[in-house]
Each structure stands twice: as C-alpha cells, then as structure tokens.
Design a protein around this ligand. Structure first.
Ligand SMILES: [Zn+2]
Length: 125
C-alpha cells in the first residue's frame, strides 16, 4: 500500500519524530501483534495505528468519499478493511494493549500539533 501514499506527508514519520523528540522510545513493524501496528510503545503497552482516511473509512471526514465508479468493488473492499481493523483492535485490547488510532487528516499541518499533544496525553494517561 506504500505506493499510493502521499509522498510528501509520510504520516508515520511525523508521529515517530514527535514521539522521539518527547523522549518516547518505540518499535516499528512489530509483526507479532495483531494488525501490525505502525508504532508500538512497549513501556506503555500502547499501539498506534496511522490510518488513511479513504482505506480505513474515516466516517464524516472530507477525505472519505465513496468512489462513484466500481462502487460495489470499493464498498466490499473498504468494509472488509473496517471489519479487519475492528477485529485487530479488539484482539489487542484483549491482550491488554492500549490502542490509539490517528487518522491521516489529523496530521495535516494546521491540526497536527493538537493531535500529537493529545496522543501523548493518551499514551501516558
Ligand atoms: Zn480523515
């Protein structure tokens, strides 16, 4: 999926850079956990997913719009993603992990600082 991401933003980099600068140490690509979270903070038993608004269906978001053509295909594909996400979050919670979902739109320049501060608050909470 990396090929369709916006090359300029690199949302994971933004979050990792912030956490690192705030003294958090994380692991990436923690394959042994359900859903392969983008960022894992073992010390806080916290997993962070950075979700694209389209692929993970950010409801009510202006970046999520059902495609007009091939709609049945997209509906099936995206609903499957949503179901898989939900199952992964539940599995992680059952294992005692805190799950934080950050939407890509929440990392746009004007709202990024706020989002990152909030994330930090949830991690240490
Ligand atoms: Zn969004």
């Amino acid at each position: 999926m990396s090929c369709i991401r916006n090359k300029n933003t690199e949302p994971e980099q933004i979050v990792r850079g912030y956490l690192f600068s705030r003294g958090f140490r994380y692991r990436k690509n923690y394959k042994s956990l359900p859903g392969h979270p983008d960022i894992v903070l073992p010390k806080y038993k916290t997993c962070i997913f950075i979700n694209g608004c389209f692929w993970h269906k950010h409801e009510g978001c202006k970046y999520f719009v059902w495609p007009k053509s091939n709609s049945e295909f997209w509906y099936k594909k995206i609903e499957e993603n949503v179901k898989r996400d939900e199952a992964n979050y539940q599995r992680l919670k059952a294992l005692g992990w805190k799950v934080i979902v950050i939407w890509e739109c929440e990392l746009k320049k004007d709202v990024r600082d706020n989002t990152l501060k909030n994330v930090e608050k949830i991690i240490v909470e």
